[in-house]
Design a protein around this ligand. Structure first.
Ligand SMILES: [Zn+2]
Length: 248
């Protein structure tokens, strides 16, 4: 995920979302973990799980179970966590688990739509937490009082309407100052967007539905997602509502 550009990190998976396999060189290694010169793995963050996959090396294949971000002297380091306590070196082949990536990206894109519907229906509602899991389930927490839980339970119909309409999803880069002055653009749910070399902010634009800052992984069209189902609405504290949902 990391390409060193004037000391700032740029996610390779943002630049090339369809890249699931590529060569890389080991930069540093310890038993069970490795740092690469480039990687298409998304490290996760903001409630979204990281990618997983495999690394093919001179001695065989090892599974990558996740990514750990460690602050290094030259910026963040993205350590790939391995399923075996082996120490890698030299040239390797990186393979991202594409099925998992797409599943997480679908659920994450759908969570933007759900967030937009809640924001529209109950203006100004803040997201207080979010989690997107690898198994096709997720949840979002909203700061919402005095709303009937049955109303929230019915929101999956609106999300599924956007899915079936096949709405285009784009990532665009804007000045951070412009983003800061637009209401609702930077909500607390977002996966913290990584800085770009020129200080731009990455926005995810679901045409006519939602536009907000996010550094996570998303689909390029909502029709690529299966419909979702809201499975549960829970009260979490006096004001928080937790909406659980899953891909069908
Ligand atoms: Zn997002």
């Amino acid at each position: 995920m990391i390409a060193r550009v004037t000391g700032m990190a740029v996610y390779l998976c943002h630049q090339q979302p369809e890249l699931y396999e590529h060569d890389a060189a080991v930069v540093a290694a310890a038993p069970g973990r490795v740092l690469l010169d480039r990687s298409a793995f998304h490290p996760g963050g903001g409630g979204q799980v990281s990618d997983s996959g495999w690394i093919e090396h001179a001695g065989g294949v090892v599974a990558v179970t996740g990514v750990e971000i460690v602050a290094g002297t030259g910026g963040d380091e993205f350590w790939h966590l391995l399923a075996d306590e082996i120490e890698l070196g030299g040239e390797v082949l990186v393979r991202v688990d594409a099925a998992r990536r797409v599943r997480v990206a679908a659920l994450h894109t759908d969570s933007h739509v759900l967030n937009a519907l809640v924001f529209e229906r109950f203006p100004g509602t803040l997201v207080t937490g979010a989690q997107i899991n690898a198994d096709g389930t997720g949840r979002m927490d909203f700061d919402l009082s005095a709303v009937d839980n049955d109303v929230l339970r019915g929101l999956d119909a609106g999300v599924n309407d956007v899915i079936s309409r096949g709405v285009e999803v784009h990532s665009v880069y804007v000045d951070a100052t412009e983003a800061g002055s637009t209401e609702g653009l930077v909500r607390s749910l977002s996966v913290a967007p990584p800085p770009t070399p020129d200080g731009k902010l990455r926005l995810i634009d679901i045409e006519g539905v939602d536009r907000q800052a996010c550094g996570g992984t998303h689909l390029s069209n909502t029709a690529q997602s299966a419909p979702i189902r809201i499975t549960k609405v829970e009260n979490k504290g006096k004001r928080n509502r937790r909406i659980r949902f899953e891909l069908t």
